[in-house]
Each structure stands twice: as structure tokens, then as C-alpha cells.
Design a protein around this ligand. Structure first.
Ligand SMILES: *Cc1c(COP(=O)(O)O)cnc(C)c1O
Length: 359
């Protein structure tokens, strides 16, 4: 038996998905492929709460995070930063030669809509990036309030990362007016890594047409032209698409509302466990994300020893803190396929492993 992963991605992939991924190949220009693509499209649109197309990119999330900027940023991008991934996006924008400005918030605090309004009012930006759920700190930013501000600036294209929040709670893409909403396969969806899923507004595609140096692999116009034929621009990882289709069927069988409720319930259970054990959340509880919890290591537990015990006795792995938070926080995922039963086992394993070091 392999270790069960509670790190915030990649997660343990279910047997049903692994089985689906083992299906035989089809040509990526064949009728069978077009049926696969077109079967998934409306299901994906439901999950994105959108009528916009949803494109499938065989890349990790960073592919479309970088690609989106190459498509829609001409004048300048405002990068809202409050953790490792959102901070990095500013670096990526600069590496792509885009004029990029940092709007920095302390790690573990959310993006502040008033600060966004002030920055956008400068008129320097034609796009904005923010991360709904900053996985490195377990912090959820107030997406409704941020998007209300962004909508005050009609020239600003919004690019929103929902890698660790997608399908853990509703994100109403069309109602909020999000132009580009993206997620990755290995986190909230508990698929293997290597697939990015992105829904793109017509406004964003119009902007992309003006961007001469948007490249090829992540060209939103290429994605759209192929989308209209039920295809992707280049040969995708078809196995991953089989896995995605299986996941979409499972999400539908469970029901989206039930899925949201399950994530909330399991997330609350883990939070209550942490608090009772003397580990408060890093963010203020109202900004804690729902697919994982980032606990402050307030009791100075030896996290490496903890993970050794978890692994050797229970075949479980958690995360001992990301980047500059290593050792100071630990993160436990409840994304994907976790159930009341797996969380009960996880809590028992954690209690046993903390007890091993007298806690
Ligand atoms: C993991 C993660 C990414 C990067 O995903 P890759 O699949 O490694 O490219 C981006 N944003 C957030 C919020 C993440 O959690």
C-alpha cells in the first residue's frame, strides 16, 4: 500500500480514476476524441458556473498562469500577492517582459479590495491577477468584493487562480465577471498532475487578438478555434482527459451542492481538531480556505519527526510548511475525495503521531 497524501497537492488518486486513465488511446483528431471533449464541456461549464468555453491544457497550472498574461497583458498587470504562488506570479509576469506591479499583502492575510481599487485607479493596468485560495498559507480572499472592484474598471481583464478552491465551494464565474478562471488537475480535483483547466471570456479573447507576442502553446485564440471543433490545439494527454471525464461523472453523481457541503464539513472538522490541539489557523478563521487548513505550529512540534511517524506507522503524509513558512506551519488537505471516514482515520493517525512526541 502506498502512502495516502494529505499534502495540498498532488493528492491520492482514486482507483476509479486510475482505471479510467488506463483506457486505450484514440487519435486526437478522431470522432472518439471529439465525443470525449464535447461530453466534458457542459459538465465543466456547470462546475465553472459559466457559459464561456472551458479549455483543456496539457500543462501544469503555471502554463496557463503564464500564458494568460502573454495573451491579455499589454499595458500592465497588477499582481495581488499574499503568499508563495501569488508572489511568484509577479516574477513570472516580469520574466515574460510584461510591465508588472506588486500589490503585496502579508502572508496569511487576504487581498484587500480597497487596496485593489486604489491601485487600479492609477490607470496603469489592463489586467489583474489574484489567487482565490493561496495554498501556501491556506488563505481565501474575498472574491465577490474583489471582483466588484475590478468591474468598476472595464478595461481590466481579470485572471483568477482557483487551483485549491475550485469545486470546494461555488465560484460564480459569469455572475462575478471573471474573465479567465483557471485550475489545475492535482489539487481540488484529485487527479494526477499535468492538466490545467481554464475558462475564458470573449472579452479576454478580444484582448488576446491584440497581443502579437502571445506565442503558440498557450494562445487563447488557438484554444478557441480548436474548441469549436471539439479539440485542443496540440496533442493533449488523453489519459488525463479520461481521468477528468471520470471525475466529472463522479462530481455529478455526488451533486455539486453535496460536494461543497462535504468539503466544508471535513474542513471544519480538521479546524476543530487543530484548535483543540493548540494549533490555530494561520489566517483569521473567516479567511481560512476550505480545501485545506494551514495551522500555525504554535506548540513547536517537530514536524519532520511528525511526518516520519505518520509515514511509518500510518502511511500518511502531511505538509510541513511551504517556502518561508517551513517548520512554522503545517498544512493538511481535505480536497478531492476525502470522506468522513478518511478524515476520522487521519485524525487518529495525527493524534497518535503527536503523542509519540509527547503532545
Ligand atoms: C499548486 C498551485 C499552483 C501551481 O500549480 P502547478 O500545477 O505546480 O503549476 C498555482 N497556484 C496555486 C494556488 C497552487 O496551489
Amino acid at each position: 500500500m502506498s502512502n495516502r497524501l494529505y499534502i495540498p497537492g498532488p493528492l491520492t488518486v482514486s482507483e476509479s480514476v486510475i482505471k479510467a486513465m488506463g483506457r486505450p488511446m484514440v487519435g486526437h483528431r478522431s470522432k472518439a476524441f471529439v465525443s470525449l471533449y464535447n461530453d466534458m464541456q457542459p459538465r465543466l461549464q456547470t462546475m465553472f458556473f459559466t457559459k464561456d468555453p472551458v479549455y483543456l491544457s496539457t500543462s501544469s497550472a503555471w502554463g496557463v498562469m503564464e500564458g494568460a498574461l502573454r495573451n491579455v497583458c499589454r499595458k500592465g498587470v497588477l499582481n495581488c500577492m499574499n503568499g508563495a504562488f501569488s508572489d511568484k506570479w509577479n516574477d513570472v509576469a516580469r520574466r515574460c517582459g510584461r510591465p508588472a506591479e506588486a500589490l503585496q499583502f502579508e502572508w496569511g492575510t487576504p487581498v484587500d479590495p480597497a487596496a485593489v481599487r486604489k491601485a487600479l485607479a492609477s490607470g496603469k493596468f489592463d489586467c489583474i491577477t489574484f489567487i482565490h485560495s493561496e495554498t501556501s498559507t491556506g488563505t481565501l480572499s474575498p472574491i465577490e468584493d474583489i471582483m466588484a472592484v475590478v468591474r468598476e474598471f472595464p478595461d481590466v481583464i481579470s485572471v483568477v487562480d482557483s487551483v485549491s478552491s475550485f469545486s470546494t465551494l461555488p465560484i460564480h464565474k459569469d455572475r462575478l465577471g471573471i474573465d479567465i478562471l483557471l485550475t489545475g488537475s492535482q489539487k481540488a480535483l484529485a487527479l494526477p498532475p499535468g492538466l490545467a483547466i481554464v475558462s475564458v471570456s470573449e472579452r479576454a479573447r478580444e484582448r488576446a487578438k491584440l497581443s502579437a507576442d502571445r506565442g503558440y502553446y498557450f494562445d487563447l485564440i488557438e484554444f478557441h478555434d480548436n474548441h469549436l471543433k471539439g479539440m485542443t490545439p496540440s496533442t493533449p494527454c488523453i489519459s488525463l482527459l479520461y481521468g477528468l471525464q471520470q471525475k466529472l461523472l463522479e462530481v455529478e453523481a455526488e451533486g455539486l451542492e453535496n460536494r461543497f457541503a462535504r468539503h466544508l464539513r471535513l474542513n471544519e472538522r480538521m479546524r476543530a481538531w487543530g484548535l483543540a490541539k493548540g494549533f490555530p489557523l494561520l489566517p483569521a478563521p473567516e479567511f481560512g480556505t476550505r480545501g485545506l487548513n494551514c495551522f500555525r505550529n504554535a506548540r513547536n512540534a517537530d514536524l519532520e519527526r511528525l511526518n516520519e511517524t505518520l509515514k511509518s506507522r500510518h502511511k500518511i503524509v502531511i505538509d510541513g510548511g511551504y517556502g518561508k513558512l517551513k517548520g512554522k506551519t503545517f498544512r493538511i488537505s481535505n480536497m478531492g475525495d476525502e470522506t468522513d471516514e478518511t478524515v476520522t482515520r487521519l485524525i487518529a493517525a495525527l493524534d497518535d503521531s503527536f503523542a509519540e512526541q509527547g503532545m
